[in-house]
Design a protein around this ligand. Structure first.
Ligand SMILES: *Cc1c(COP(=O)(O)O)cnc(C)c1O
Length: 416
């Protein structure tokens, strides 16, 4: 967590202003500034405090179940070698999954929530607020709030409250208050606006537990650091299992937290290619996608400068994805910078491709993935047959599919 990167390192950012190149920073109301600075101070102490880091590590191990396995997907690898052979190719890379879907609460979100709740406690805060879209972050935030005895308010777009009722129920069971947000289209962007508004009015008591590597500095950095446990483990596990680093990393990007968590420890390994997968929805020619990096442009949203889906007047567009967790019209600022520098390639995957990948994984490996990592898998399915048999792909399987079975059933025309 506190290694010093080399000069000119891709791992050196953000700078003191919280910027990654021209992205990031902190564009917040003046009333929030003192709190942001207080948070930054607490974070800078915590990140080098051995006791704090030991407590994070302890909870990761005993509460979440880390390290998550790095799993060689042998049947899927063979299946795609068959696809390669049918095309007259001799290829088919070995595919490994980082199994973060096995974490407590079913996704990578808990890695970040545990780190931030300890930070909130260290700062003497007494109330937790969070925003959520699909509800995965809301559930993880409500979980750690229960574990540490904090009252918790989760802002959730009214549309999402209807679409994601099982997660709303889970949050309530865990003792959180779920506040439906009716402004805008009642989705994640509106929930995040409302959480920021709450924070301004309750600065003294309240800790804002943000769910992805976005928002004003220092959030993109601290969320990245808590999620980087994914990449640090994967690196070590790969060296142990294969004696070398992988050739390609692949992860789905919504706000970008699971992806930056896997990517960051590998950014200076120039022989490791890295691909982030955005929601291409129903195609990039219309409005029904959420590919902020591939089809958006830079602007300011939720306290930072980054790539956004916006119209000519800077109005934020809604976006669409079959997967509610990829349905964010922005992206963490570090990804914007990694795109512009060319270190990471970002590609869109369509809803239908993600569904096909979902089916293939379920059938070949007996793993029902969330629809978000199904996007990453669809890109793996495209690339693996074209790569050599001695090459290695690591994909972040960042969430399990229980939450998505209704959506999938509907799209496949199955009764549930
Ligand atoms: C929330 C979520 C995402 C998207 O968020 P990131 O910050 O981009 O990781 C992706 N996958 C799963 C399983 C999620 O729950």
């Amino acid at each position: 967590m506190n290694e010093t990167p080399t000069p000119n390192s891709f791992r050196a950012g953000p700078d003191e202003e919280g910027r990654f190149g021209i992205y990031g920073g902190r564009f917040v109301a003046e009333t929030l500034m003192p709190l942001i600075l207080e948070l930054e101070g607490a974070w800078n102490e915590a990140r080098v405090d051995p006791e704090f880091l030991a407590e994070v590590a302890h909870l990761n191990k005993h509460y979440t179940g880390r390290p998550s396995p790095l799993y060689y997907a042998e049947r899927l690898t063979e299946e795609l070698r068959g696809v390669a052979a049918a095309q007259g190719l001799d290829g088919g890379a070995k595919i490994y999954f980082k199994r973060d879907e096995l974490n407590h609460t079913g996704s990578h979100k808990i890695n970040n929530c545990l780190g931030q709740i300890l930070l909130a406690r260290k700062m003497g805060k007494t109330r937790i607020i969070a925003e959520t879209g699909a509800g995965q972050h809301g559930v993880a935030a409500a979980t750690v709030a229960a574990r540490f005895g904090f009252p918790c308010v989760v802002y959730m777009g009214a549309t999402d409250v209807e679409r994601q009722s099982p997660n709303v129920f889970r949050m309530k069971l865990l003792g959180a208050e779920v506040v439906p947000v009716t402004s805008g289209h009642g989705t994640l962007k509106d929930a995040m606006n409302e959480a920021l508004r709450d924070w301004v009015t309750n600065v003294d008591s309240t800790y804002y537990l943000i769910g992805t590597a976005a928002g004003p500095h220092p959030y993109p950095e601290l969320v990245r650091e808590f999620q980087s446990v994914i990449g640090r483990e994967a690196r070590e596990q790969m060296l142990e299992m294969e004696g070398r680093l992988p050739d390609l990393l692949v992860a789905a990007v919504g706000g970008g937290s699971n992806a930056i968590g896997l990517f960051h420890p590998f950014l200076d390994d120039k022989d490791v290619a890295i691909v982030g997968v955005e929601a291409g929805g129903k195609g990039l020619d219309g409005e029904e996608h959420c590919a902020s990096l591939t089809a958006g442009s830079p602007g300011v949203l939720h306290g930072n400068r980054t790539y956004l889906l916006q119209d000519g007047d800077g109005q934020i567009k809604e976006g669409h994805s079959i997967s509610a967790g990829l349905d964010y019209p922005g992206i963490g600022p570090e990804h914007s910078w990694l795109k512009d520098t060319g270190r990471v390639e970002y590609v869109p995957i369509m809803d239908v491709e993600a569904l096909e990948a979902f089916k293939m994984l379920t059938g070949t490996e007996g793993i029902i993935p969330a629809l978000e990592p199904a996007h990453a898998l669809a890109e793996v399915i495209k690339r693996a047959p074209k790569m050599g048999r001695d090459q290695i792909i690591v994909m972040n399987l960042c969430g399990r599919g229980d939450k998505d079975v209704h959506t999938v059933a509907k799209h496949l025309g199955m009764a549930i």
